[in-house]
Design a protein around this ligand. Structure first.
Ligand code: GAF
Length: 380
């Protein structure tokens, strides 16, 4: 059963009627630019075909009811404040709150959710959920909120209502990505450029390797990285680390006493430059050539930002040893997924090599599949 059919069926069985419409929003893979978003820097995600579908209808009763076929539970709430609805339904209540807080009238609604975005794998299942619900409520309620303003509102729901100090990349990817393109986003100006990203035309593929090591960025590590970056920007007297150019890096590092903070800064400053270099290569049609940048990004996350775990390092090493052009962890880190850029003809060989490496290490088997760049949030 497709996700859309499941969401419609969940709506019918919970509420005894048909939804007014179905809205889908995808998860994402970030090609490059990790932890740069909350440093006002650059990111380059693309949407994946896995998505969350919200089946929604306006309600004559006040308030909102939401159910999900993943948890077999339905939650009702009225107007709430940050944190009042907990767990998965908090993401939905957070969107309602953020819309109301921005001064909009949110239509009372019944919502049923279904999703095939793997949970807790660094593929932005929470942004997919937020973006599907936000798009549905905005369109159903005739709310005048331009597409470019929606990611910031969904981010506020996550930061303030749910309490996760994430940046703006995931919601931007889920809402603004276009099929066959990667989204080059300047996280300060919020300007985007849709970069053509047709791997098949080049005989290439990107494999997503889900390490199946649990990923959790609401915990302290993500927040600690963010704090270090903000502290470093304060020491350097700049609004954000985006304002340190790569050729000023050595001088900037010389002004920071703490060795760990120096490494965090080096990751962010070099990662921003790698995004710019990747975009330049893609614009020039040199797709294979981005491989070394992807791998350098991984090394930087492993050694300087210290957000990788053994499972993702092994996946990267095995993919590279099997001939991948480049490979890196994608997403917030501490588990989650790796992406590997490979010749399409060698995808099976790479997959087998990674599976073998995991087996040798005694790790839980990874899940591996080829990624394509899908469409952002839309009514389906
Ligand atoms: C998580 C966050 F939600 C994003 O905002 C981003 O910081 C990412 O980690 C790391 O690049 O997905």
């Amino acid at each position: 059963m497709s996700v859309a059919t499941s969401a419609a069926a969940a709506f019918q069985s919970n509420y005894g009627s048909d939804p007014a419409g179905l809205w889908a929003a995808p998860g994402r893979v970030n090609l490059i630019g990790e932890h740069t978003d909350y440093n006002d820097g650059f990111v380059l995600p693309f949407a994946i075909p896995q998505h969350t579908v919200a089946a929604v209808a306006p309600s004559t009763e006040p308030g909102w009811t939401v159910c999900s076929d993943l948890v077999n539970e339905s939650v009702s709430f009225g107007t709430t404040g940050p944190g009042e609805v907990e767990g998965w339904a908090g993401y939905v209540a957070g969107i309602v709150w953020a819309l109301q807080d921005a001064g909009f009238d949110v239509p009372p609604a019944r919502i049923a959710l279904s999703s095939d975005v793997p949970l807790g794998s660094g593929l932005s299942s929470s942004a997919a959920l937020e973006s599907a619900v936000l798009t549905a409520l905005v369109e159903l309620g005739g709310i005048d909120l331009p597409v470019e303003k929606r990611p910031g509102l969904a981010q506020r729901a996550e930061n303030v209502y749910v309490g996760a100090p994430t940046g703006i990349m995931d919601q931007s990817a889920s809402i603004r990505c276009e099929q066959g393109r990667a989204l080059f986003l300047d996280c300060r100006s919020l300007e985007v450029e849709q970069i053509p990203f047709d791997l098949a035309a080049e005989g290439l593929a990107i494999l997503i390797i889900n390490s199946n090591a649990p990923h959790q960025h609401v915990d302290g590590e993500y927040g600690a990285r963010r704090k270090s970056c903000e502290e470093a920007a304060r020491i350097l007297g700049v609004p954000a680390l985006r304002d340190v150019a790569v050729d000023e890096l050595d001088a900037a590092l010389a002004r920071i006493d703490d060795e760990v903070t120096r490494r965090r800064v080096r990751h962010i400053v070099t990662e921003d430059q790698r995004v710019l270099d990747t975009v330049a290569l893609l614009r020039a049609g040199q797709v294979r050539e981005i491989g070394p940048l992807l791998t350098a990004s991984h090394v930087s996350m492993r050694d300087d930002f210290e957000i990788t775990v053994a499972q993702v390092d092994v996946a990267v090493e095995a993919a590279l040893a099997a001939g991948a052009y480049g490979a890196r962890m994608t997403g917030g880190g501490f588990g989650g997924c790796v992406l590997a850029l490979v010749d399409a003809a060698r995808a099976d060989e790479t997959t087998a090599a990674v599976l073998r490496a995991y087996e040798e290490k005694g790790f839980t088997a990874p899940t591996i599949w080829p990624a394509t760049a899908a469409q952002g949030a839309q009514k389906i």
